[in-house]
Write a protein that binds this ligand. Structure first.
Ligand SMILES: Cc1cc2nc3c(=O)[nH]c(=O)nc-3n(C[C@H](O)[C@H](O)[C@H](O)COP(=O)(O)O)c2cc1C
Length: 498
């Protein structure tokens, strides 16, 4: 089933934060009540080199760099809520990255507010604010090139008029929402936020405006979120530091002591094998002025998630998770279930490749799937194929009886990708796929025996075709066809006798 398009109206969001907005923090924010969670800014050049990998041990989807670093890790739980924020100054590259991640995230955001040199020197972040043509080109490219909402996050310009005129131009590109950090690009986080600018923007456009910048002085607890929304006239609110310090700011039931929040965070970090230095960094932000306490010192000295777990008395939890993951790893490695299907969102996947030499000439899994679908009176299998930019490889998803099937391996051609998808479907359903030397499936035989003796003429033709394919491919098994052969071969004679 297609997920509903993410709405940015009347929501509370976890803001994008480098090093903070990784999977454990995003899940924690969702637990406490955030509606939408932004990932940390990821730079387009780095992301474009990544491979999408389904991590069956962690049950995540990882985008892995050539040096094996996981640049972006996500999971099913956040798929309809996570916004992928990128740093970019290039429309083509932005689109490549957006298309790489679009099936695994709910929306794409472009960072147009980061004043840090690593961003601006490449023309990214706040540097884009002085190049509205570039902004327009990037956003238009994304809006027309992906099927999920596109948003952007800006800082305010020196005058209200300039800010309003920029956001009006941005709105025309078709973006779903715009986040406004109410500070000038030269201002530091300690400066007061300019609610009046955000208000002017909110009045000027009809798309949702997400107010940001209130953490320091305006939003200290959950109830303040609504006050900030009112003060800015915005549709929604986005929180960075308030959430980084204590993610329970999203909790409408009231704050949770930071000690418990840290523990919950650490459990996610262990469960999702978060980078230990990233885990440490986030915990130190939560410790704030307690970073020099005995606990803080232990955290700072730790080098691994195991050592951090010890500091919080979570060694048993850590051990349990390690054991669970080892069991999964062993099961995957010893090949005890090589064909085990794995859910990737709403798609059933298996790691299979289509090897032409394994099938007789003229016979393909797609043919088998089509014939089977006709026999079962199902709609014709529907194939949808994507091509990834970095190596131009193809991956196809086939829809059969409202279920989707896909091979997790990429193929060199669209035709092969479709065949691989068909194999996954046939294997999951236990139907022969036409391979040389393949034994007939008991399931198919059983289905055939269950059929009534009298079928329609159309059914006879379909059965005859299926019979022909199984004979040609060497899959013919008389026990599968006792009634049908009789029906096909002898019916005309019987009719004559009448
Ligand atoms: C640690 C940290 C990292 C940040 N990284 C990003 C980022 O990756 N992308 C972005 O657009 N803004 C980033 N920001 C800015 C925040 O998203 C936000 O605009 C700013 O902190 C103001 O919001 P606040 O008052 O709620 O903190 C970062 C802020 C912090 C504190």
């Amino acid at each position: 089933m297609m997920a509903a398009r993410l709405s940015f109206s009347n929501i509370t969001a976890l803001a994008p934060m480098v090093r903070v907005g990784t999977l454990p923090m995003r899940l924690l924010a969702l637990d406490y009540g955030a509606d939408v969670v932004y990932c940390e800014e990821l730079i387009d050049i780095k992301m474009a080199q990544c491979q999408r990998v389904v991590n069956e041990v962690l049950e995540t989807v990882d985008f892995v760099a050539p040096d094996d670093r996981v640049m972006f890790r996500t999971c099913e739980r956040e798929r309809d809520r996570v916004v992928f924020q990128m740093g970019t100054a290039d429309p083509e590259r932005a689109l490549t990255v957006a298309q790489l991640v679009e099936k695994d995230v709910a929306a794409i955001d472009v960072n147009m507010g980061c004043p840090k040199e690593y961003s601006t020197k490449g023309g990214m972040g706040a540097a884009l604010l002085s190049d509205p043509d570039k902004i327009e080109a990037i956003l238009k490219k994304l809006v027309t090139g992906v099927g999920i909402p596109v948003t952007c996050k800006i800082r305010i310009l020196p005058s209200v008029e300039d800010t309003v005129s920029l956001v009006r131009r941005i709105e025309k590109t078709g973006v779903a929402a715009i986040a406004v950090h109410g500070r000038f690009k030269e201002e530091r986080p300690r400066h007061p936020v300019h609610c009046d600018y955000i208000q002017a923007v909110s009045q000027a456009v009809s798309i949702p405006v997400i107010a940001n910048g209130g953490s320091l002085d305006l939003v200290k607890k959950n109830g303040d979120i609504e006050e900030f929304r009112k003060a800015t006239g915005a549709s929604s609110v986005m929180l960075a530091r308030a959430a980084m310090w204590n993610a329970s700011v999203f909790n409408s039931q009231g704050p949770v002591p930071v000690e418990r929040v840290m523990e919950e965070y650490l459990k996610y970090a262990i469960r999702y094998d978060n980078n230990a230095f990233n885990t440490k960094y986030c915990l130190c932000q939560m410790l704030r002025d307690k970073v020099e306490s005995p606990l803080g010192k232990q955290v700072q000295a730790a080098q691994t998630n195991a050592e951090i777990s010890n500091a919080y008395g979570l060694q048993e939890f850590y051990q349990q998770i390690q054991e669970q993951q080892q069991v999964r790893r062993d099961a995957l490695q010893n090949g005890s279930q090589p064909d085990k299907p794995v859910m990737d969102g709403d798609v059933i996947t298996m790691a299979v490749k289509f090897e032409r030499r394994e099938y007789p000439p003229q016979i393909t899994p797609k043919m088998f799937l089509l014939e089977w679908s006709r026999k079962e009176k199902l709609e014709q299998p529907f194939y949808e194929t994507v091509q990834r930019a970095q190596d131009r490889a193809f991956q196809s998803t086939v829809m059969v009886a409202e279920k989707k099937y896909r091979s997790s391996l990429w193929e060199k051609s669209k035709k092969f990708a479709e065949q691989a998808a068909a194999i996954v479907c046939l294997r999951v359903l236990g139907i022969p796929e036409g391979r040389i030397g393949e034994e007939d499936s008991g399931l198919v035989c059983k289905r055939k025996r269950e059929r009534k003796v009298n079928g329609s003429a159309e059914e006879e033709i379909i059965n005859l075709r299926y019979l022909f394919i199984t004979i040609v491919s060497g899959h013919y098994n008389p026990s599968c066809f006792p009634y049908r052969i009789e029906g096909i071969l002898f019916r005309p004679k019987k009719q004559k006798q009448r």
